[in-house]
Design a protein around this ligand. Sequence first.
Ligand code: SF4
Length: 430
Amino acid sequence: MSKYSQLSAVDKKIEIQGFGIKILPELKLDLQKEGYYPVALTWIGDDITGPFSFIGYGENSPFELRKEDGGYHVYRDDEYFSEVSFYKRPNFWDRQWSIKDGAEGTFFVDEGMSGVITPCAPNSLIAENDEVRQVTGGKFPFVTLACYNGLSIWPSYGCLYTKQGNPCTFCCIPGDYVEDHMLIQQEGWLDGMSKAVEAAIDELGSDIENCSLTVDSGTLPGRDKGAWAYIQILEAVKARIGKLPNTIYIRAVIEPPYDEEVLFKLRDAGFTSIQCDIDVYDDAERLEVMPNAKGKRSIDDYVRILTRAKEIFPGEVATQLVAGIQKDENLLKGVERFASVGIPTLVTPFLPFGQGINLVRKGKASVPGPDKMRRVYEACGKILNKYNVAPPQFRGGVSSLAETMGRRLKRVPSLTNYSKVDSYETRKAV
Ligand code: SF4
């Protein structure tokens, strides 16, 4: 038996997420050939999701992926750590949008903070990170898959703040702004997107009920912070299919609109749930890493709009805070402030993708290690319990707060190649 066999699946995930996993390029190629989703979308057991970064920050990781006995396994310093399995590559992912200009400057890294295909890394960073960057040549999937059985639609990979030259310094989207990244403004994109959603629904069958649908985006201009784009997406889907898919929730991840009537419009369009990420709680720390309108927005404003949202949306209303780019005590103050009004916080470790790489290089942030994350999750769990707030149903990319509090998701057959077998250690022992 491995000395790690006593660790729970949640603990294994937390251990891995602070390091990433090394994976040899040949093995990665094998994975892709076998039809697995070429992303760090992983399961430990049946109900603990990744993602784990395989390469972005895994070069010096003690964890390594190996293929043995027809399965995939993680070793830690040469000692067996865990069996893992992957999502398979869905057919709907082949429906992609080719941008006209600037395509050569936009690459998809096949891993990411959000667990989806992430449009990261300008050329300069790709050059510095050699073979790491699995690219799709400037094509954007209309519907991507996130690690929590999540169908995810991005109407824009560009962000207003990148355009203004004052992006958040931890942003996973690269610093170069290309107008064509505003996908929704290009003729034909909405049509292609709605067809991709239709294809996803067909492919998933009844499993759609165990999936979620999320619309996410860089911040768009305007007082509604881009809600117009989110609404157009659901309208286009309804026009194509006649209704919205029967997912667990339909979530808008958006900066809080200034006017509360926008919340009603989002709900009326079909969004059941909303997530407005504050990311950093303390005012001074906010301005330091978010030198833009988002950083200047007061926490009181977030509390006001999210409290109102709780009265409007039937599903979950949540925020997010990122560990590793702010003092832990400030993060916990934020969790408490929102829990006190009944709102859960996704607590996510900072990971060095996109512009976050520069933050690490300047020594201004680091990836929080497993011990720190365990302490933070434990403290957050106590706060949520104190206010009787359920752990977030939403999953961020690499947040394990929900799982540490016992909330689980189940893998769905249509999204995985995995078939249930005895555990690797059991098989070896026989
Ligand atoms: S973190 Fe969000 S708001 Fe900040 S620059 Fe990136 S996409 Fe824009």
